[in-house]
Write a protein that binds this ligand. Structure first.
Ligand code: FES
Ligand code: FE2
Length: 443
């Protein structure tokens, strides 16, 4: 493992970001139950910093600068003299006015195309944050050359402006952004929304056991036929099917066609009614063969904040979470489809996505209406004491192991911090010593 992270975080074969497509074997991780690991013991509450994140959609930055909070930092985006979207700290190095204007309207801050002008005394900055004219200090200002606003490196790729939030040198974008985004046979649709919850909650939610409770009987599921699907009633555990330098693949253990369970404590079967569920569930192994990237078994958690909920079918929902602050996250939902450069398929997908998929499939109908309400601020307290079990194995891994695979750990945290934390985890695991048996491969 190198300390500079240049070859460790995006690629397991050292040549190109793989997003796990060519992994280094199945996971050696033995899942155990766990208590006393909160959401943020090792996972940073405001997100890992030494990474690229999707910041804003390129089309949203016009002549007027746009302010966003990202990982707790106040950032302003505008277009430089090359028309490239750039990002600076949203605080004027002169006396601290928001370059974007903040709650004022930022009047005149876009007077000079390619530059940003502070709404207070008119000090004007270029795309790298250098003060190039201090309007009210005169053309011969001695102060101007000394003022520099922090610049956040940006790169625009397929309509998304990515921003580097780290204090160390940026890595090539390909190390952080999954390989599908660089495949020109893949069409990408994006949907961006702010969710009022900590970013790590929605990451964990992307592949946990909530499906049969949350995604069930809602009437609008009639529109995507999911209402009639035969759903497994519960999971019998979670397996980490593959582990790479910066990701894990996750598969639930379900018993096929087990649509109800009997719960003696309440002397009831649950779900109580299933008579309308006639639509056959596909054998997961067969489904995997048809999947988008069928060498990766199951869902995905990938550093810094990328998740893919389930089997990758021919259309894949990949979500990249950009933390705003401790209680809000900007959710980038990407729908990926392999259209093989065929313009007709591409057009059909574009219409289908925009007229139906975005409303009645994952981004809105499923995620916003069903996943969001149970985890939002006011519905879930991430700081409560928690005890995790067999269906939470991937989450235990995400909280306990992934942080030390991160570039932050390698570049910033320092060896002694990492070693001390690893020791304390091992001691805790020995104390808990509740091993979760992997189930026999019988489904
Ligand atoms: S505070 Fe920005 S120019 Fe004075
Ligand atoms: Fe969900």
């Amino acid at each position: 493992m190198t300390m500079n992270g240049s070859n460790t975080n995006g690629s397991s074969n050292g040549t190109h970001a793989t997003n796990g497509a060519h992994a280094n074997g199945t996971s050696k991780y033995t899942p155990r139950g766990a208590s006393g690991i909160g959401l943020h013991d090792y996972v940073p509450e405001m997100g890992y910093r030494e990474y690229w994140y999707p910041g804003i959609e390129d089309r949203d930055v016009k002549r007027k600068p746009i302010a966003l909070r990202i990982l707790g930092d106040q950032v302003v985006f505008f277009r430089d003299t090359n028309d490239k979207v750039v990002a600076l700290q949203d605080a004027c190095p002169h006396r601290g006015a928001y370059l974007s204007g903040g709650i004022s309207n930022g009047k005149g801050n876009n007077e000079f195309k390619g530059f940003i002008t502070c709404p207070y005394h008119g000090y004007t900055y270029d795309g790298v944050g250098q003060c190039v004219a201090a309007l009210t200090d005169g053309p011969n200002s001695k102060l101007a050359p000394k003022l520099k606003a922090r610049n956040y490196p940006t790169q625009t790729h397929r309509g998304i402006v990515y921003i580097w939030m780290g204090q160390t040198e940026p890595v090539p974008l390909e190390e952080d952004v999954p390989a599908e985004f660089f495949d020109d046979e893949v069409a990408i649709e994006s949907y961006v929304k702010i969710w009022p919850m900590n970013w790590s909650l929605t990451m964990e939610n992307s592949r946990d056991s909530h499906n049969s409770k949350i995604h069930r009987g809602q009437f609008r599921r009639i529109f995507n036929f999911a209402l009639f699907n035969r759903l497994p009633a519960f999971w019998e555990g979670t397996e980490i099917t593959e582990e790479g330098d910066n990701y894990i693949c996750i598969a639930p253990r379900v018993v096929k066609d087990q649509q109800q369970g009997y719960f003696p404590g309440i002397n009831k079967k649950w779900p109580q009614h299933i008579w309308w569920r006639f639509r056959g569930s596909e054998n997961p192994l067969k489904a995997q063969k048809k999947a988008f990237d069928n060498v990766r078994p199951g869902g995905l958690y990938r550093l810094p904040s990328i998740a893919c909920p389930s089997l990758r079918f021919s259309t894949v929902l990949l979500r990249y979470f950009t933390p705003i602050d401790a209680d809000n996250v900007r959710m980038f939902s990407f729908a990926l489809k392999r259209v093989k450069k065929n313009p007709l398929v591409k057009l059909w997908w574009n219409i289908y996505y925009n007229c139906w998929w975005v409303y009645f499939n994952s981004p809105q109908s499923v995620n916003e209406k069903e996943d969001l309400p149970v985890q939002a601020v006011g519905a879930l307290d991430p700081h409560s004491a928690q005890k995790l079990g067999a269906t939470d194995a991937a989450i235990i891994f995400w909280r306990r192991r992934m942080p030390f695979k991160s570039r932050d750990a390698q570049r910033v945290w320092g060896t002694s911090t990492v070693e001390a934390a690893t020791r304390s985890i091992e001691q805790q695991e020995d104390r808990e010593a509740v091993e979760i048996p992997l189930l026999a491969d019988d489904d």
